[in-house]
Design a protein around this ligand. Structure first.
Ligand code: NAP
Length: 373
């Protein structure tokens, strides 16, 4: 693994969106754990570019894809198989949130389960096999005012006749001063990145969704005990995960409990917990805290151009099309309801098909044969 590919972990900046740069692989929010590297070919392999610029990188394409999670990579597979030679700007930590996933048990075709990074490696290899070209660059800004649409990354200008936005979402933090100060010193948002460091220690996970439950169960492989801390007495997690969590003898569930402060000088040594019903407080000694409280869509660089909802998610206009003709939207960047790898992948396929049809309608490519779909 190189630093360039390292997903956000405990020592990364609090906001992956700071400076309005999109850093796609930063879902350190921990629903998902795990570390691996996608073998990115920064030179874009030897695939021909329509108009190579800079140091020979292909920067001009009919389909420019921003994002390299399941949505972006599936769009790349479909666009590549349609001979559209897509260019993917995958972010400096490519692969999306699944790069932080320990094990995926619900992706069809893998009855034994599959590691997130391995699944993303397979997606990418499949896209590359058909000619998709990758640059693991973060996008600084875009200009969607005219075709070709333009995106800037690492000082290079990339141009696409169509654009597929698949930048996903990133982890949320509690935003306590003590949490931020102790990030990398016992506070983490990636169980599979950092769980190993908590072998034989007592730790906690915050959150009441599937992510928190998944992390808590995963962390019992290492920790002597895992406290699951949730601010309400009802959970968002699925029943199977709730049952698994309550059935795990190494997990203690604390409902109606908030983290008021992460305690510790150089390293975490406890939590100050609060009961929101009566504001009573108590101290829980432990050595690690994992945050798993949800996500924020990576839409900052698009906000000047496209409509977002009240949570910041992009809003497709018709199918995967945005309100700007030729700009398409796929995956978690527009989805706070399903947020599954399989639904994001489905979106990526839809967006690539819609882009292909749109290019045909604009006369940029010839008639799309049904067999190519
Ligand atoms: P989520 O379902 O939105 O749950 C976030 C949890 O964090 C909620 O319980 C929420 O509490 C809590 N929370 C939010 N902000 C908080 C704050 N400031 N302080 C304390 N607690 C806070 O997010 P998720 O668990 O990341 O799951 C997202 C989606 O991914 C879901 O659809 C989930 O099913 C899916 N997922 C699936 C898998 C899997 O299939 N293996 C694994 C992980 C995630 P409240 O309930 O009080 O709002």
């Amino acid at each position: 693994m190189t630093d360039q590919h390292r997903p956000e972990s405990a020592d990364a900046p609090a906001s992956p969106l700071a400076g309005r740069t999109i850093n796609f692989g930063s879902g350190g929010g921990a629903p998902f754990g795990g570390l691996s590297v996608i073998g990115g070919d920064l030179a874009g392999g030897d695939a021909p570019a329509d108009e190579p610029l800079g140091d020979g990188l292909p920067t001009e394409t009919r389909v420019l894809i921003i994002g390299s999670g399941p949505a972006g990579l599936t769009a790349a597979i479909y666009a590549a198989r349609a001979n559209l030679e897509p260019v993917v700007l995958g972010g400096s930590t490519p692969g999306g949130q699944l790069m932080l996933t320990s094990e995926i048990e619900n992706f069809p075709g893998f009855p034994e389960g599959v590691d997130g990074p391995e699944l993303m490696n397979r997606f990418r290899a499949q896209a590359e096999r058909f000619g998709a070209r990758f640059h693991d660059f973060d996008v600084d800004r875009v200009d969607l005012s005219a075709r070709p649409f333009r995106a800037w990354a690492r000082g290079l200008e990339f141009r696409g006749q169509t654009l597929i936005l698949a930048t996903g979402a990133s982890a949320l933090w509690l935003n306590l001063e003590s949490e931020q100060r102790l990030r990398g010193r016992g506070v983490s948002a990636c169980a599979t990145c950092d769980g190993f460091f908590f072998r034989d220690k007592e730790i906690a996970v915050v959150g009441g969704g599937d992510s928190a439950m998944e992390e808590a169960n995963y962390l019992t492989r290492f920790a002597t005990k895992v406290h699951l801390i949730h601010r309400r007495d009802g959970f968002r997690a699925s029943k199977i995960m709730i049952d698994r969590t309550y059935g795990n003898p190494k997990i203690e569930v604390h409902t109606n409990t908030e983290v008021a402060e992460v305690l510790g000088g150089e390293f975490v040594d406890g939590l100050r917990l609060r009961d929101p019903r009566d504001d009573s407080e108590r101290v829980l000694p432990l050595e690690g805290l994992f945050i798993a409280i949800g996500h924020r869509p990576n839409t900052d660089v698009f906000r000047d151009w496209l409509e977002t909802d009240d949570k910041g998610y992009l809003m497709p206009h018709e199918h995967t099309a945005s309100r700007i003709p030729g700009v398409f939207i796929a995956g978690d960047v527009a989805d706070h309801r399903y947020r599954q790898a399989i639904t994001a992948a489905g979106d990526g396929a839809r967006a690539a098909l819609d882009a292909e049809r749109w290019l045909e309608s604009e006369g940029v490519i010839e008639h799309v044969a049904q067999a190519a779909w």
